[in-house]
Design a binder for this molecule. Structure first.
Ligand code: 1CP
Length: 343
């Protein structure tokens, strides 16, 4: 990407620490089920994974929220479970239930998996198509799940509420768990470097389930692996910003910000903006953190929450976002209202 076109990207500049009088905005899960055009294309393609691996369709889905709302950032349409799939686990989605992975790594050896790197190639094809379509004001973000969060799916074979199988495994079988985390790190670094080479401007690391760990486990399995991924990406692409999103980090948020080397910190909706602003390093950009339910509710709840967040972060680089993914029942008009409020 030539430098003169980069300079027009408000979100990218904010991630690099610039404060502008305009706050950039995008929404986690902005490409997805709350959009009728998404539901149409998904039905046409037959399912979610079919959509992910069809580069034309996935590029179209990535562009849908940009074409409709003009967000400052486009997030690659893919999923964090592409990494386990490329590592050789089978992956499918049960209708109305969610992801399934087999074999479950709690009872299988890593050495029994046969890698399927063609799954990464399909995603890079999407990245190239989107990069060719985006205008020079919109920042393009790639992503991966963080190792702890990805390991919970690989070990349970599906989503889980308390991640107990993974937490027990990490205590009881630390050597094997550590090997699994290292393998996820290696694959995630490879995958993110591939996304950057194919044309993304920045990447986000989603540690959606970091909130289920004890403080010592958080240091070991959240801060450690995220720091390793970030330092390995920075060795190759020091100028590409990395957003860390340790959902549910609570008291550990400041340690995460200091110790991982992330360029910007994503805040979930349980974080008090005033407390985060006080506790985080003064110059680090933050992203967030409207409650997805306040957006769904609309009206005063939406107005007041958005205003409070904007006001609190008015003298720090800030990217407006939700604290977690947009809920599928969210009315489109509420998204439009939010954009008016932020802009
Ligand atoms: O159409 C459908 O029914 C599929 C729903 C869907 C979508 C739209 C899934 C299944 N994944 C996605 C896309 C997706 N997932 C994106 C790209 C689009 C965007 O953000 O606009 C991203 C960044 C993700 C990331 C992701 N997938 C996370 C981390 C973020 C988060 O929300 O915490 C996680 C945990 C997943 C796993 C996943 N993917 C899909 C499901 C149903 C699940 C399981 C969630 C769970 O265990 O509760």
């Amino acid at each position: 990407m030539p430098e003169n076109s980069d300079s027009q990207k408000l979100l990218l500049a904010t991630l690099r620490g610039n404060k502008s009088d305009q706050t950039p905005v995008w929404l986690m899960r902005q490409a997805g089920r709350y959009l009728p055009e998404y539901r149409d294309l998904r039905a046409q393609k037959g399912g979610f994974l079919e959509l992910c691996y069809d580069a034309d369709a996935a590029a179209e889905v990535t562009m849908q929220p940009i074409d409709r709302f003009g967000f400052d950032g486009a997030i690659l349409f893919s999923d964090i479970l592409i990494v386990p799939h490329a590592m050789g686990q089978n992956l499918w989605f049960e209708a109305g239930e969610g992801p399934r992975l087999a074999p479950r790594m709690v009872e299988s050896a890593l050495s029994s998996l046969t890698a399927a790197p063609e799954h990464f190639e399909a995603i890079y094809a999407t990245v190239r198509k989107v990069a060719a379509r985006l205008d020079d004001k919109t920042t393009f973000m790639g992503f991966a799940g963080s190792p702890w969060t990805v390991s919970t799916y690989m070990l349970h074979g599906q989503g889980s509420k308390d991640h107990a199988v993974a937490r027990k495994y990490a205590y009881r079988d630390e050597v094997a768990f550590s090997e699994l985390i290292d393998a996820i790190i290696d694959n995630s670094v490879k995958y993110l470097l591939g996304q950057i080479e194919a044309g993304v401007d920045a990447v986000q690391l989603f540690d959606s389930w970091s909130g289920s760990l004890s403080p010592a486990q958080f240091e070991k399995w959240v801060i450690g692996p995220n720091a390793t991924i970030i330092s390995r990406l920075k060795d190759v692409y020091p100028e590409v910003p990395i957003i860390g999103f340790p959902k549910g980090a609570g008291d550990k948020l400041a340690a995460y910000a200091r110790e991982t080397g992330a360029d910007a910190i994503g805040l979930d909706e349980t974080v008090d903006p005033v407390v985060a602003h006080k506790n985080l390093p003064a110059d680090i950009p933050v992203q967030g953190n409207l409650d997805p339910l306040a957006l769904l509710a609309g009206g005063d709840a939406l107005k007041k929450s958005a205003a409070h967040i904007l006001e609190t972060f008015s003298d720090r680089p800030h990217i407006f976002n939700l604290g977690h993914g947009i809920i599928k029942e969210t009315p489109i008009e509420h998204v439009e209202k939010l954009l008016t409020l932020v802009r």
